[in-house]
Ligand binder design. Structure first.
Ligand SMILES: *[C@@H]1O[C@H](CO)[C@@H](O)[C@H](O)[C@H]1NC(C)=O
Ligand SMILES: *[C@@H]1O[C@H](CO)[C@@H](O)[C@H](O)[C@H]1NC(C)=O
Ligand SMILES: *[C@@H]1O[C@H](CO)[C@@H](O)[C@H](O)[C@H]1NC(C)=O
Ligand SMILES: *[C@@H]1O[C@H](CO)[C@@H](O)[C@H](O)[C@H]1NC(C)=O
Ligand SMILES: *[C@@H]1O[C@H](CO)[C@@H](O)[C@H](O)[C@H]1NC(C)=O
Ligand SMILES: *[C@@H]1O[C@H](CO)[C@@H](O)[C@H](O)[C@H]1NC(C)=O
Ligand SMILES: *[C@@H]1O[C@H](CO)[C@@H](O)[C@H](O)[C@H]1NC(C)=O
Ligand SMILES: *[C@@H]1O[C@H](CO)[C@@H](O)[C@H](O)[C@H]1NC(C)=O
Length: 478
């Protein structure tokens, strides 16, 4: 086993290596040399920007994430999203279309543009020159301009694996199954994470790949795939009602500032995804610099409302889907598999949203409305599921009592009305009561999703040694 001290040093080294992209001394990073750090924008980019810790922890109410001193760690459960990635096929196409629209403007007019002159900078390279990278995790070898992208999904996965090894080494053991959905970027994330457990703790990883493209019912990391009744976006009216003046403003500002350009509001909304994914792939994106801070905030609120009703607690069916994860979580506490104590899974952003909606971590039961309420930071989708998002349930014993708490993106998120235990945790029997109360108000997955002849719950944590979870990997996601 690696010592605590060595791990801390390794963590320092890995974060230090993130710096050179913004340093002109870094040889082949011509375009990105000396470009400003854009991380202050990440919380406004609808979960498409690189990983950042849950913002509350940076500002106030920062609860120490260390296991409280008098307590002994017993169990950890973790559900992670893949790291930073390229846009999906559809998103990639729309970004390319808007890029082409702008590129059609004459070189002279672009050069004269107050906002878009980067388009004719010979050192700028648009990040989607081929289709080959669409859907994939960004890595240190495929980054734009040959730079070592500090936000590459590969690095985020390795940092997560290193931090996880450090914090939970006492319960990880010599051999560990890791469960991943069959999407390639999810699998790659799980693999880079696993490499760190193996490298630092010598743990032998037994990777289990669960099919996400086939309907496999509840025994899945992507149970929404089997929920055929889930076609309806509840409250499309509220989503549509969010004021889109900011998009019109962006389009007219760019059009006015660039002779020959005629972008629409829809095009303007695509600029936000271009911005986010270009940072994921290249570490810096010049298109992000055109937004005002207010416009970033508006982009965020529009996505929060959308996320709340599509994959969040504003959609009752989502709580039913998420209850599959929540139920397995409680089963792991009550009836843990004997041979291991760290339950690690990887899937997509929506799957974390579904779990969080079932738990009710950010569910104040006050429906989100379309009018902008700056003080509403309760359900911020992009804070819950940035690229590389992860949620842990920690179970520890203090004295004769057992406690649980959630860590979301490196911040303790207390369970509503159950956080008086050490480290703002919830006493285990109180947690079971919380679960029962919560579930009494959520229709079970099988009933809500009309599952009649498929498994209705997650059994893979218990039966993986008897069932082979060897789904084929796929580039496209469900
Ligand atoms: C990328 O994919 C799109 C849509 O499938 C296609 O129209 C385009 O020709 C492809 N581009 C390249 C360079 O293969
Ligand atoms: C359009 O641009 C000109 C100069 O670039 C500026 O003076 C004017 O205020 C702009 N108009 C609008 C509506 O933004
Ligand atoms: C911009 O396009 C819209 C249609 O999308 C058209 O009505 C308008 O006249 C165009 N404006 C300019 C200045 O070309
Ligand atoms: C919860 O999971 C257990 C097994 O892990 C299963 O027996 C039970 O039926 C599940 N509950 C629901 C409501 O799906
Ligand atoms: C734990 O329980 C045992 C037996 O029930 C008791 O003797 C002991 O004092 C308890 N310890 C603490 C720290 O509560
Ligand atoms: C059940 O859900 C409804 C609607 O969201 C809410 O008003 C009520 O307080 C909930 N009851 C419990 C016991 O959680
Ligand atoms: C539920 O599924 C069964 C077959 O599996 C189907 O016949 C039935 O129409 C479905 N009901 C609904 C409400 O979707
Ligand atoms: C699972 O795969 C292993 C190795 O491929 C094989 O030895 C084993 O028999 C398989 N088990 C089942 C239940 O199919």
């Amino acid at each position: 086993m690696i010592s605590q001290q060595t791990l801390s040093i390794l963590l320092l080294i890995s974060s230090a290596s993130a710096l050179p992209i913004f340093n002109s001394k870094n040889g082949n990073s011509a375009y990105n040399a000396n470009k400003p750090d854009q991380s202050h924008m990440f919380p406004f980019l609808a979960g498409s920007a690189p990983y950042f810790p849950y913002p509350i922890s940076d500002n106030y109410y920062k609860i120490d994430t260390a296991i409280p001193e008098t307590c002994t760690l017993k169990q950890v459960q973790s559900l992670g999203r893949h790291g930073e990635r390229y846009p999906g096929y559809g998103e990639g196409e729309t970004i390319k279309e808007v890029y082409e629209t702008i590129a059609k403007v004459s070189k002279k007019n672009l050069a004269d543009s107050e906002y878009l002159s980067f388009m004719v900078d010979p050192t700028y390279e648009f990040f989607l020159s081929t289709n080959a990278s669409l859907e994939l995790l960004t890595t240190t070898t495929d980054s734009i301009n040959g730079v070592l992208n500090p936000y590459a999904g590969e690095l985020t996965a390795k940092k997560f694996g290193t931090a996880f090894a450090e914090k939970y080494q006492s319960i990880i053991g010599d051999k560990l199954p890791i469960f991943t959905a069959s999407n390639l970027r999810v699998f790659k994330t799980a693999s880079y994470f696993s490499d760190m457990l193996n490298q630092y703790l010598g743990t032998e990883i037994d990777m289990q790949v669960l099919n996400e493209l086939e309907q496999t019912g509840g025994n899945s990391l992507t149970p929404s795939e089997t929920c055929n009744v889930w076609d309806v976006i509840v409250h499309q009216d509220i989503i549509d009602d969010v004021d889109d003046t900011y998009l019109k403003n962006i389009a007219s500002r760019l059009n006015n500032g660039t002779k020959g350009l005629n972008l629409t509001s829809d095009d303007a909304s695509v600029l936000f995804t271009w911005c986010a994914y270009e940072i994921d792939a290249a570490g810096y994106s010049p298109i992000c610099e055109i937004f005002t801070q207010e416009e970033l905030v508006w982009n965020s609120i529009a996505d929060d409302v959308y996320g709340y009703y599509v994959d969040g607690p504003g959609n009752p069916l989502i709580k039913s889907v998420g209850s599959v994860f929540f139920n397995a979580s409680v089963e792991l506490l009550k009836n843990p598999p004997k041979e291991y104590n760290a339950y690690v899974s990887f899937a997509h952003d929506v799957n974390i949203q579904h779990l969080v909606a079932a738990i009710g971590l950010f569910d104040d039961e006050i429906p989100m409305t379309s009018d902008f309420d700056f003080s509403n930071t309760n359900n911020k989708k992009s804070w819950i599921v940035p690229m590389g998002a992860r949620i842990q349930l920690e179970n520890y014993e203090c004295g004769n009592s057992s406690y649980v708490r959630y860590i979301l993106n490196d911040a303790v998120i207390p369970i509503p009305k159950c956080s008086t235990g050490p480290g703002f945790s919830c006493e285990l029997n109180d947690f079971y009561k919380y679960y029962d109360t919560r579930m009494s108000n959520i229709t079970d997955f099988a009933t809500a999703c009309n599952i009649t002849n498929l498994p209705t719950y997650q059994s893979f944590y218990w039966d993986y040694q008897n069932v082979n979870y060897t789904a084929p990997l796929a580039v496209g996601s469900y």
